[in-house]
Design a protein around this ligand. Structure first.
Ligand code: PHE
Length: 479
């Protein structure tokens, strides 16, 4: 969907502080700074480490399938642009780098947008052949029941060293020996569809320096390891959802789909057939050799994957709204216990929604900028990340989008004003005046608390502040 831009959308706000302190570290702010205090407030929460929290239980369940992998669960969320993007081969004009998508602390520092930001450093530290990283990640994004500006990912990787083959005579022999050690599941338990060749010169190429035999072995290790992990998760999810868990179940159906990430090749996504739909569960691939060689381990080769913990926890427990993970309400938290079998979440009463529309004119300005369709997930990866090929979504480069209208700025203002009292914001109408050529948009905001009934006064006030800030910050004209 293409929408006209507006001047002055994402400029630094008046009265913004000259520095930001995050857990004893101080950063100078500049014209790139766009991280609001409400986002900074989420940093100390570390939900993936909170005992008996569903995200922590989900993390531990996955970790249990990788017993020999080293875990890194306390990595600091503020990283350099080099760590988050450059080290992974993101092109300079990749839309993920733009201020509309990423929280910048300053021009060279961001809140990590994915756990892959730590790949290069972890490969450089070289303390174990396999590792798992779980962490909070931050993205400016839509507001709805499955998107929240802070969420959690798990990254995993496994490498082998050409210079250290033990008793094996080739790298592929060494890898195949490890493949054979992965638990096997019969076709009564899991049915895997993998119709594509392991690599394809055009669509999913082998990297120079990798032999076909090596990559067949790496891909087999990657796929068998991740299939074993999804069997564990989905078996637990099914026994939590099914009325009579002991009855004979259909085998779990999964499929491998070709994918693209700047930092792996070949690359895949794993999809699972869940409640009558194919659900993307993770992204993965063979690590780009440039990352390993820049990290000082040029003799290594291996795979990496990334997944979104909220998405998995939501289906494991049947949690209907992503905001619930942030709830401190005992009616939520008391339902999870890491020492017990996973049981389906019982929603506590659903409080009434209050729906309000806001329509506004965009100033009649110049260049076109792309805006996400809030209902389309096409640019969201299974890990919730930002790794689609460079820029199909944007007609202007990342560094020039700062004065253009972007829907994420509407979302950000709604979050700033409403916090967790807003469930959903979506574009419901757009219109171009036939004579003046002016463009009008209508967004529908759904106000609802997960914990209580909002009063009319309260929602009116939230909506007024929301629309007031749209005018003030984005320069729109209310209709
Ligand atoms: N970082 C990717 C994302 O956020 C996921 C990924 C990790 C893909 C590692 C491949 C390898 O979507």
């Amino acid at each position: 969907m293409r929408i006209q831009p507006v001047v002055a959308a994402a400029c630094r706000q008046r009265g913004a502080p000259n520095e930001i302190t995050i857990e004893n570290k101080t950063y100078a702010t500049d014209s790139w700074t766009n991280t609001p205090p409400s986002i900074l407030a989420a940093i100390p929460r570390r939900l993936h480490l909170q005992p008996n929290h569903p995200l922590s239980i989900t993390r531990q369940l996955i970790e249990s399938r990788f017993p020999t992998y080293e875990t890194h669960n306390n990595l600091f969320p503020v990283v350099s642009v080099a760590q988050n993007f450059d080290s992974l081969g993101f092109p300079l004009d990749h839309v993920g780098r733009s201020k509309t998508d990423t929280y910048y602390i300053n021009s060279s520092t961001v809140l990590r947008t994915h756990t892959s930001a730590h790949q290069a450093d972890t490969f450089r530290a070289d303390t174990s052949p396999g590792y798992l990283i779980s962490a909070d990640v931050y993205r400016r994004d839509a507001i709805d029941r499955s998107h929240y500006p802070v969420f959690h990912q798990m990254e995993g990787a496994r490498t082998w060293d050409r210079n250290n083959l033990a008793q094996f005579s080739s790298l592929e022999d060494a890898i195949w020996a490890d493949v054979h050690a992965i638990p096997k599941h019969s076709t009564d338990v899991i049915q895997v569809s993998d119709p594509n060749p392991t690599y394809d010169a055009d669509r999913n190429p082998l990297q120079p320096g990798h032999s076909a035999a090596e990559i067949e072995a790496v891909a087999a290790h990657l796929k068998r390891s991740l299939e074993d992990m999804v069997v564990t998760i989905f078996t637990s999810a099914r026994s939590a959802t099914s009325a009579s868990p002991d009855q004979q179940q259909e085998p779990l159906k999964v499929r491998w789909v070709e994918a693209y990430f700047p930092f792996t090749s070949p690359s895949w996504e794993l999809e699972v057939f869940w409640q009558n739909d194919w659900l993307e569960v993770l992204g993965c691939g063979v690590v780009q050799h440039s990352i390993l060689s820049s990290a000082g381990v040029p003799s290594k080769l291996g795979w990496a994957f990334g997944l979104g913990l909220e998405r998995i926890a939501m289906l494991l427990y049947g949690i209907p709204d992503i905001r619930l993970f942030w709830s401190t309400d005992p009616r939520f938290l008391s339902q999870f216990n890491e020492n017990e079998q996973i049981r389906r979440f019982t929603p506590f009463s659903k409080y009434p929604a209050c729906i309000k529309d806001v329509s506004f004119w965009l100033p009649k300005e110049t260049k076109e900028v792309d805006v996400k369709d809030p209902r389309s997930d096409s640019d969201v990866t299974p890990a919730g990340g930002l790794t689609s090929p460079s820029t199909p979504a944007s007609s202007v480069s990342a560094t020039t989008t700062s004065n253009a209208f972007h829907e994420n700025d509407v979302m950000e203002i709604a979050r700033e004003v409403c916090g967790d009292l807003i469930e959903d914001v979506r574009l419901v109408d757009e219109f171009t005046h036939p004579k003046t050529g002016k463009r009008s948009l209508c967004y529908r905001a759904n106000y609802r608390s997960l914990e209580r009934t909002l009063t009319n006064e309260e929602t009116n006030e939230l909506h007024e502040r929301f629309t007031g800030l749209l005018v003030e910050r984005l320069g729109v004209e209310l209709r």
